[in-house]
Design a protein around this ligand. Structure first.
Ligand code: AMP
Length: 301
């Protein structure tokens, strides 16, 4: 079975939307990516770290979905990464109120022995220094390496971020981050500038306006799935990356056309993610639910 290796945060999130609030629920980039990707019939593993405060029942969620957590380190004396965010009335804008890096600050990632040659590698959102350390342990170049990141790392560690950008095949980035990374207001121009930084493909995520894929010669626009009510947008980008990576792991191919198809799977996964708080939206669905939305999106194209 094809393999997907994911590095990213496993976190506690406190989330405030105009209507509701959730305190210290399970979140983190690796969490959302792996749960979304587990809908595909693949072998996956996560590399991350949590503190002694991390409940056992959360570990079971990964295990029950066949996600290898042998490289999810538990630092008994430390505290789990904590993120707090608040959404504006339109749910499109969010403010980060708190980021407590905690155990992640001194994390030395170890790639599991049986995952050193994965078909797909996802460098999920976390310190680029850790992403670089994971990449250096990979023996055989994956079919595709996908990078996700966030403004926090642009603010705090731009030099390492540029290093990792130069080494990956595909970067997923949101519209605001394109502007911050490149200093350009036009998304098309910005995305092209990112191609010059190394990746062969750039995906720009535009929230409810869908996403855009570009390479040197082609552009593809994918609409978002029209959902009735957004409950919590947290993890949408990561669930998108999980669906995208899940599909690419399954087909084990990397081309503009395959990434186009993968984006539609990512879009479907993200649409379920925003329908519930934290992982709730994706946790309760199965692959046929994804297929139904993929078919719907395909008719919009
Ligand atoms: P998304 O909504 O897809 O951007 O992802 C939100 C998730 O990213 C939340 O579950 C957070 O725990 C996690 N997160 C927030 N800030 C960071 C950060 N600076 N580095 C890594 N993960 C983060």
């Amino acid at each position: 079975m094809n393999q997907l290796l994911i590095v990213g945060t496993v976190a506690f999130d406190s989330i405030e939307t105009p209507d509701e609030r959730a305190n210290k629920i399970l979140g983190g980039a690796a969490t959302h990516i792996s749960i979304s990707a587990s809908l595909f019939n693949i072998n996956s593993a996560i590399i991350s770290i949590v503190g002694g405060d991390f409940p056992r029942k959360y570990l079971e969620i990964f295990k029950n979905r066949n996600i290898d957590i042998s490289s999810l380190k538990i630092e008994k004396k430390g505290k789990t990464f904590y993120w707090e965010g608040k959404y504006a009335k339109n749910m499109n804008q969010r403010d980060t109120l708190k980021t407590e890096v905690n155990v992640l600050a001194n994390f030395d990632p170890v790639v599991p022995k049986n995952f050193t040659s994965p078909n797909v590698l996802v460098l999920g959102n976390l310190d680029p220094k850790i992403q670089l350390k994971v990449m250096s342990q990979i023996i055989k170049s994956p079919t595709i390496t996908i990078l996700d990141t966030m403004n926090f790392w642009m603010d705090n560690t731009m030099e390492n971020l540029k290093k990792i950008i130069s080494k990956v095949d595909l970067i997923c980035i949101n519209d605001e981050e394109v502007k911050q990374l490149t200093g350009l207001n036009s998304l098309g121009e910005g995305a092209r500038k990112i191609l010059d930084m190394g990746p062969n493909y750039v995906i720009v995520k535009k929230g409810e306006y869908g996403s855009m894929l570009i390479d040197q010669f082609n552009t593809f626009e994918c609409p978002a799935f029209p959902i009735k009510r957004v409950k919590d947008p947290t993890g949408a980008g990561d669930s998108f990356a999980g669906g995208l990576a899940g599909y690419l792991t399954k087909v084990n191919l990397c081309s503009f056309d395959e990434i186009k198809k993968a984006i539609i799977y990512g879009t479907a996964a993200a649409s379920f993610s925003v329908e519930g708080f934290g992982i709730d939206g994706v946790e309760k669905i199965n692959f046929s639910d994804i297929i139904n939305r993929v078919d719907f999106i395909n008719k919009l194209l």
